[in-house]
Design a protein around this ligand. Sequence first.
Ligand SMILES: N[C@@H](CCC(=O)N[C@@H](CS)C(=O)NCC(=O)O)C(=O)O
Length: 208
Amino acid sequence: MSTLRIVIGDKAYSSWSLRAWLILKMSGLPFEEIKVKLRQPDTAAAIRRYSPSGKVPLLYDGDLRVWESLAIGEYLAERVKTLALWPADGEARAVARAVSAEMHAGFAALRRELPMDCGRRETKSPQGEAAADIARVTEIWRHCRATYGQGGPFLFGAFSVADGMFAPVASRFLTYDIPLDPVSGAYRNALLALPAMQEWMRDAAAEA
Ligand SMILES: N[C@@H](CCC(=O)N[C@@H](CS)C(=O)NCC(=O)O)C(=O)O
C-alpha cells in the first residue's frame, strides 16, 4: 500500500483541512502531513503546486490525488473496509451521507460569522441567518443522536465521516461560547475530547 499524504492549511484556521485530517486520523492509517500556510502572498501558488482546485485539503494516495473534504472521507471509507467510517446500517448510512452533504454544501452564514479560530475565545450572540444555521445544526445533532446514536457518543454511535464534517462546528461553538441544548452540548464535548481533536488543537496553538 502506498503512503498517504494529506495537504492541509493552518490548523488554527483551516476548517476544511480539519474535517479531512480528522477522518484520516480516525481511520488509523499512517500518513504524512504537508502544510501550506494560508493568508500569505504566495498561498495560492503554494496550494496550486498540489491541488488542481486551488484549495486544501488534498489527499495523496501514491500518485492519486483526491481533493474536497467529503470526497476524501468517501475515499478513506472505501480504503479502510475493516474500520467502518460510515454506519453499517443502510438507513443510518443514508442519513449520515445526507447530513455530511448538507454540512459540506451549506451553513454559509455560520461559517462567515463564526470563522474557525482554534485558540480564540470570545462571546458572540449570532442573529438572523447565522442563528438559523446554528438551530439547524443542533436539530441535526439532536435527531441523529436520538435516532442512531445509541452505540456511542457520536452522531451515529461510533465515529463516522459525519462527525468529521461537523468537527469544526464544535470548535466554533467553543470559541464563540455558543449556548447549546444538553444533547448538542454533550456531543460537542465528545468531539472536542477526542485525542485526535486534542492533538489538532495543540498543533494549532503551537502554530501561533
Ligand atoms: N469545498 C472544499 C473547501 C476547501 C476550502 O475552501 N479550503 C480553504 C482553506 S479552509 C482554501 O483552500 N482556501 C484557499 C486559500 O486560502 O487560498 C472542501 O470541502 O475541501
